[in-house]
Design a binder for this molecule. Structure first.
Ligand SMILES: [Zn+2]
Length: 501
């Protein structure tokens, strides 16, 4: 057998893998919006079965023979970028499937529920010590698995690579150091200069807010024939059900925050459902996972959705549709959505401080896996970093180390993707502006589609064929670079603002 025959095997396995993933998406969507309590147990069994079948695909004799052959083919020899992506993805799934020690994985899966319960209990009692042994166990099993999958690599590099493929911990750390320094300088300048103090904006009618937010998402280019809105969940998320089917789930709320949730999720949805036909035929649709997907969502939430030009166009419409906003001048709304204030909570953090929350969690994980930080000292180390980076100290563990469910919920080595999303956005924004220099004027006139079309043509159509590193190099000619994002923030928060005053 030769390259073409093995490639055919890879394609077929990939199809099946994607079908299982789509079923898992459907389950997740259902679990958060309509699964009845007494249906949970059977669903868990079904989901576990699907998960096992999905991974077993890559342990078959065919998969092993294809892996043996394709490991000997250098990526440079594969001219077609879709095929290159298929082979790269295949080899990485195969490695995970055959090298993950089954007993360690079983141990990990068995403790998951207890780990989550311990986290919940620890939160209720504001006491990290209840969760500590579970965190230690989860991290250590993860480390064991990572070392088995890639014995030649430090464990944390493998773990980070499972979310953000192709990035090394060293490269991420270098850019995070630059970002951290720049963000703290911006924060310092803003605190010294003082920001306009604005009263919070009250909630309005949830039905009206949902109608407005969903219209804005559609006007970005999110097409109803490729998705839809479901407002029956507690946190916003997007389900990638199929190559032309990405559904947005949100909460019901009269808060203007719903607008940004809808723009964010529409970004994920448009990215996921915007692959080209050849990419879909190869089963490589949906976008690059991790920080790069997040970048596509945050681009519409922040770079577009928080821009002055966007609100110059949409604010009069918001006032027209929701009468409460007629009492609030655009300037006040703009200031409220740009208030920069260090807080203890990551999920409600502003555009300037947000990345610091993600960076410090990444650093804690990195230090743990490097053997420099013990589970026993995690809560203290967390508080010290908050004090150092943001100037505030949690008063208890629930405000601190216990605030995110990630470590209890198998999202270990994941936090970097939130800050990476911002870094990529700075780079993407520069690339867009090079081709659409009058982007702001266009947006101010309500012409947002040229930007969406740019994203589709330059990013979305390629699905998940490339790694984020390859994609960003294609767009900008550079690798990961925190500089553009810092310049964007400096311009927006330091220069523009005070010129206007
Ligand atoms: Zn997101």
């Amino acid at each position: 057998m030769g390259y073409q025959e093995y490639l055919q095997i890879v394609k077929e396995l990939n199809y099946k893998f994607r079908y299982y993933k789509s079923i898992e998406s459907l389950f997740e969507y259902d679990q958060w919006s309509s699964l009845p309590e007494e249906g949970t147990e059977y669903r868990q069994q079904t989901a576990a079965f699907i998960g096992e079948e999905k991974n077993a695909l890559y342990r078959s004799g065919d998969a092993c023979r294809a892996a043996e052959y394709l490991s000997g083919v250098s990526p440079d020899e594969i001219g077609d970028e879709i095929e290159r992506g298929l082979v790269r993805t295949f080899l990485s799934r195969w490695r995970n499937a055959v090298r993950t020690p089954e007993d360690t994985l079983r141990k990990y899966n068995l403790m998951k529920a207890d780990c989550m319960n311990a986290w919940k209990q620890a939160r209720a009692q504001k006491d990290y010590r209840i969760f500590m042994p579970w965190l230690k166990q989860a991290f250590d099993l993860k480390k064991e698995i990572a070392l088995a999958v890639n014995p030649e690599m430090p464990a944390f590099d493998t773990i980070v690579g499972m979310t953000d493929e192709g990035l090394s911990v060293k490269e991420v750390s270098e850019q995070f150091d630059l970002l951290k320094k720049g963000l703290r300088e911006i924060l310092g300048s803003l605190q010294k200069a003082g920001q306009p103090k604005e009263d919070p904006i009250p909630d309005s009618d949830p039905e009206q807010m949902a109608a407005f937010a969903q219209r804005l998402a559609r006007e970005l280019g999110y097409r109803p024939e490729r998705g839809g809105f479901n407002d029956r969940v507690v946190h916003g998320f997007t389900s990638f059900m199929g190559p032309r089917d990405a559904r947005v789930s949100t909460y019901k709320s009269g808060s203007y925050n719903l607008i940004f949730t809808c723009l964010h999720e529409a970004g994920h949805a448009m990215y996921s459902s915007g692959s080209s036909d050849p990419v879909i035929r190869a089963g490589m649709w949906g976008g690059i996972e991790g920080g790069f997907h997040e970048a596509n969502a945050r681009f519409f939430e922040n770079m577009i959705g928080h821009s002055r030009a966007y609100w110059d166009y949409y604010y009069p419409q918001l006032q027209e549709e929701i009468p409460m906003f007629r009492e609030i001048p655009e300037e006040r709304f703009y200031n409220v959505i740009h208030q920069v204030k260090p807080t203890l909570r990551r999920i409600s953090a502003d555009e300037v401080t947000y990345s610091l929350h993600a960076i410090l969690r990444f650093e804690l994980e990195r230090d743990y896996f490097a053997g420099k930080l013990r589970a026993e000292d995690m809560a203290e180390a967390w508080n010290d970093k908050y004090e150092e980076y943001l100037g505030i100290r949690p008063s208890n563990d629930t405000e601190g180390v216990l605030q995110d469910m990630h470590w209890a919920g198998d999202y270990i080595g994941y936090f970097q993707s939130y800050a990476l999303g911002n870094i990529y956005d700075g780079q993407i924004l520069e690339a867009v502006k090079r081709e659409i220099p009058d982007m702001e004027e266009k947006i101010r006139r309500g012409e947002i589609l040229p930007v969406t079309e740019w994203m589709e043509k330059n990013i979305w159509q390629y699905g998940c064929c490339m790694t984020a590193g390859e994609m960003i190099r294609k767009l900008t000619g550079h690798g990961l670079d925190a500089g553009p994002f810092l310049r964007y923030l400096e311009q927006k928060y330091l220069e523009q603002k005070y010129q206007a005053d």
